[in-house]
Write a protein that binds this ligand. Sequence first.
Ligand code: SAH
Length: 417
Amino acid sequence: MTDPSKRTLTGYLLDRGPTRFRKSWSDNLCQVASDRTMRMTETSAAFIPAPMEGHGGYNRGSRVQAAGASKAVPLFAGAANTVPLADAQETIVIADYGSSEGRNSLSPIAAAIRALRDRVGLERAISVVHTDLPDNDFQTLFQTLANDPDSYLRGDPAVFASAIGRSFYQQLLPSCSVTLGWSSWAVQWLSRTPSSIPDHVQVAYSHNAAARAAFTKQSADDWRTFLMSRGRELRPGGTLVVQTMALHDNGDFGYRGVLEAMCAALKSLCDEGFISAEELRRMTIPTVGRSRADIAAPFSPNGRFADLVMEHVEVFDGDDRIWREFERNRDAAEFGAQWAIFSRASVFPTLARSLKGGPTDPRAPAFFGKLEAGMAARLSMAPGQMDIPLASVVLVKETAQARSTQASADSAANTGP
Ligand code: SAH
């Protein structure tokens, strides 16, 4: 007999799905999918990712993310130690791209401020600009900055925090104004859903070639757009540290058990008639894991892109805190509950956009509750460690001097024998 944990997700769905589901989320869908691929080129709200769960939901449900990003914090502090600073009393600008409700930004930003204070003293003004999508819960962000005991604002009257509600797939800040940029767990979110995924919610587990190709292209385009925008905003010598979801070198996206539970729970919501087959079909998570090669691609062949040089790229395993807790307490229900909360806080709002009435559909609160309960119950039946492939990247904007040296080297190479 096959080991259930080794089955592919699609295999899992097809094996376990009742006939109605099997038809709707496999065979028939291939037909429907090609039409929908066309329609998804529209910029309809259903195909734009939603921000994380509001009212502090993300702050409370993102401990896995906090653990994952902690590995990139020393890179950010290191950048703060060495980044060139303007001589004058110019304000030092730190930008945070995709802050959500701010809890997980406190530690990296505080680490950078500590390093900067060692260099410039207590008087120099530091401006911290958090950015996220317009619908993000900025109220919770500001409350977190004001009230959290770990807020970097505590005891430092020369730090000034503000926020911008616009997509980071455009320039958000004036050219050459940002000294340090930070982004964690954010650029895996695409600017839009480029195509339906007929056999899954997550493209990494889809066997549909057209969907995979559309996501691959969107992922490459969005990464370039993100880099070009940051390339304009950074000061020469300024540094951007990005931590994001990744693919292991063997192509693995991870989170297998969580996604199996999500698909199975969604399917049973459809079977019980709570959501329609059409709504289920629309439900897609527009996130991608990028491989080391995907991250490096824009920098080929000469190591530069959009005035940025990639100084460091690393793919590593995120710490599965939920599994470690389970190993300590053997509490399977708690294990299931924690991964369900993780999913609720990060992706349920995007799934809910596919309800017929959108995010304000009257079923949305019950959809959250039922899906969370369905996932928790399934996950608690067979606790297992999740793979959490993550990448950290350090990008430095070239100085004018480095650019002109490079330009001479390029022209010498072009006029060679
Ligand atoms: N940085 C935090 C939060 C990550 S959650 C952490 O490390 O835990 C991902 C955040 O990225 C969400 O708040 C989401 O709204 C935001 N996001 C996704 N796409 C975005 C875009 N195009 N522009 C700005 N923010 C975006």
